[in-house]
Design a binder for this molecule. Sequence first.
Ligand SMILES: Cc1cc2nc3c(=O)[nH]c(=O)nc-3n(C[C@H](O)[C@H](O)[C@H](O)COP(=O)(O)OP(=O)(O)OC[C@H]3O[C@@H](n4cnc5c(N)ncnc54)[C@H](O)[C@@H]3O)c2cc1C
Length: 510
Amino acid sequence: MLSLVVMFLLWIKVKGLDYVIVHQRWIFVCLFLLPLSVVFDVYYYVRAWLIFKMCSAPKQHDQRVRDIQRQVREWRKEGRKAFMCTGRPGWLTVSLRVGKYKKTHKNIMINMMDILEVDTDRQVVRVEPLANMGQVTALLTSIGWTLPVLPELDDLTVGGLVMGTGIESSSHIYGLFQHICVAYELVLADGSLVRCTEMENSDLFHAIPWSCGSLGFLVAAEIKIVPAKPWVKLHYEPVRGLENICKRFTEASENKQNTFVEGLQYSLDSAVIMTGTMTDHAEPDKINRIGLHFKPWFFKHVEGYLKGNRPGVEYIPLRQYYHRHTRSIFWELQDIIPFGNNPLFRWLFGWMVPPKISLLKLTQGETIRRLYEQHHVVQDMLVPMKHLQAAITRFHQDIDVYPLWLCPFLLPPGRGMVHPKGQEEELYVDIGAYGEPKVKHFEAKASTRQLEKFVRDVHGFQMLYADVYMEREEFWEMFDGKLYHRLREELGCKDAFPEVYDKICKSARH
Ligand SMILES: Cc1cc2nc3c(=O)[nH]c(=O)nc-3n(C[C@H](O)[C@H](O)[C@H](O)COP(=O)(O)OP(=O)(O)OC[C@H]3O[C@@H](n4cnc5c(N)ncnc54)[C@H](O)[C@@H]3O)c2cc1C
């Protein structure tokens, strides 16, 4: 063993640490990041559990809010020298880019990561902004409740999902994450604490989603909850032919009997469409506990139905269904640990997977960051369902990345940054492309701009965590800025927070 370690260290010395980290990243990830990720997870899990059991979170919450108000007032006393932003380090977020502004703006520390209250009478859960989805499902599903929209990755935070956005395979019924929120509590630029709902400070309530912290600091959110059942009965249907895929997917999304609808598109003309419902009982011979560490990665398991050209039905434990894409970070992990889905690896080390995205970001270095930027796409584009076929064709021509994630959602009319063109609710679809583009002519900026133009033209929206190459005018053509700009003026945000475009545009991020 010792000789192996010595040989390994010698090899690193000969090749250079940079070379090993760039070309054999899996070594670094498996030896260091996986164990470290386990330590992180255990720490945060135990912490959240203890705090909830001791009921200490609600008592400490008010004190923490006062501390944020104090920091904002101090910033005003000091003469408002720079804009403010949250003090959470950029590498800790799920978004792949790190905001440069963290270094130049006044960082307001928002150390709030607890679930404050579950009120089953009003059917709401009140949470702090850094509470994450893994934490929320662990608590809610254990007492028979769930969020109607539960974004898949464990580490996504309530603050990020409210101020950015969030979606899940039940969004064709409930809308985006913002649409299941009933109240936000915010500390504004003048240090005051306000609560906003559909009825109270209603303009602010509508303007907050997608504003990326440029109207105030979120300190708590109240989110709807619904009763949960222990199993998801999931149908897998392989479909061939692009026209047929779009037709079947639209039908499945319009059918409100389906609690969950999701599509994985494996090539221009092949996909598996999944529809699911929650149930109390499972047929024992059809149970598949997909979340167990030795089980195949979910997108590979689904591909099996396409390769076998057969439909199927399975019963999956609810929480394992929600986090079905967590272990393989959708399909991103295959580029980092190429043998990660090998049965031997899964049996031996699968329980440590996935490495934390934050640790991957922290340790990626400039070379990997540049390589990723030029040879890797991570984009979610939200387009009206009626343009699905044109959109997939466009994705194919401009980037050619598969699988594509297809997630339908209902977009109600509104006056915030994101709503349909007309006054009617409209069915949309999130097309997620994560991976290495296969088109020869791929050029990150030009290709993404082409996609962005298509999305603007069909009145779609780009998720703001991704690389956004639009110019400011193009950005405000895509998003409705009327209410947003008025509130920035009225609430004194213009010298307190950067405009949302200046936080998310390409030049604002590493
Ligand atoms: C690899 C990857 C996988 C993803 N998977 C999913 C998925 O499964 N489902 C899904 O719906 N989405 C997914 N997304 C997109 C994700 O929803 C957005 O990136 C989301 O905004 C990120 O949440 P976060 O917790 O990392 O937020 P952050 O990046 O921390 O925050 C997002 C924005 O909100 C602001 N903000 C956060 N907290 C506060 C606060 N308290 N006060 C004021 N402003 C605040 C931040 O300043 C920032 O501008 C994924 C993205 C990536 C990169």
